[in-house]
Ligand binder design. Structure first.
Ligand code: FMN
Length: 184
């Protein structure tokens, strides 16, 4: 395969998630592509938020944030909270907020998956703050479960890929199974 060095480094795929936090006691929501898992057991996740944003102060003041996974029917709302700032627009009514056992971060009722995260560390990058935290609770809408487990096709998350919002395709294999065919 002949390789060509390209300028654009954002060629990967990431989920588009909506982080929720209280800023001065009011829910605020922000769209993020920079979200991911750092450890499965114990479950530790991160979000990376630019220091210029309104959301950061709320995460730091409350020590909690939520990560909400929208379905494709929420593309417009997901994009909206990613292009307007809580600095000049009240985004608290864009979604219906609900709270888990800790009322320090709003979760998004309309999203099929809601993850409540307790902040444990903040990584100070030149332009971003990376908020790292422990997953405290995960909620899934009942209709998104199959045999008691969250079903990714029912959830239908929004993926960021190639500069577009995309949806997930068909499964192409089984992790930790398919590779066994190459074990000698
Ligand atoms: C698809 C998408 C992905 C985004 N990903 C990030 C991200 O990972 N980190 C970030 O700081 N901003 C990201 N943004 C920008 C913020 O969501 C946006 O600036 C938002 O208005 C900030 O809200 P706030 O000022 O209320 O905190 C993204 C926006 C969109 C539309």
């Amino acid at each position: 395969m002949e390789k060509v060095k390209v300028e654009n480094r954002s060629v990967g795929v990431s989920p588009a998630v909506i982080a929720g936090m209280l800023v001065d006691g009011r829910p605020n929501y922000i769209t993020l592509g920079s979200y991911g898992s750092l450890s499965i057991n114990p479950p530790i996740v991160y979000v990376s938020i630019n220091k210029s944003h309104y959301s950061n102060a709320g995460v730091k003041a409350n020590g909690y944030f939520s990560v909400n996974i929208p379905s494709k029917n929420l593309v417009k709302e997901t994009d909206y909270v990613g292009i307007v700032s809580g600095k000049d627009t009240d985004k608290s009514k864009v979604f219906k907020a609900f709270y888990g056992s800790v009322d320090k971060a709003p979760m998004v009722e309309e999203c099929p998956v809601n993850i409540l995260v307790k902040l444990t560390q903040t990584l100070d990058l030149p332009r971003n703050e990376v908020f790292i935290g422990d997953i405290v609770e995960v909620y899934v809408g009942k209709e998104f479960l199959v045999d008691g487990k969250p079903d990714v096709n029912k959830i239908n998350p929004i993926l960021l890929a190639g500069g577009k919002y995309c949806e997930i395709g068909a499964a192409v294999g089984n992790p930790r199974v398919d590779g066994k065919a190459l074990i000698k």
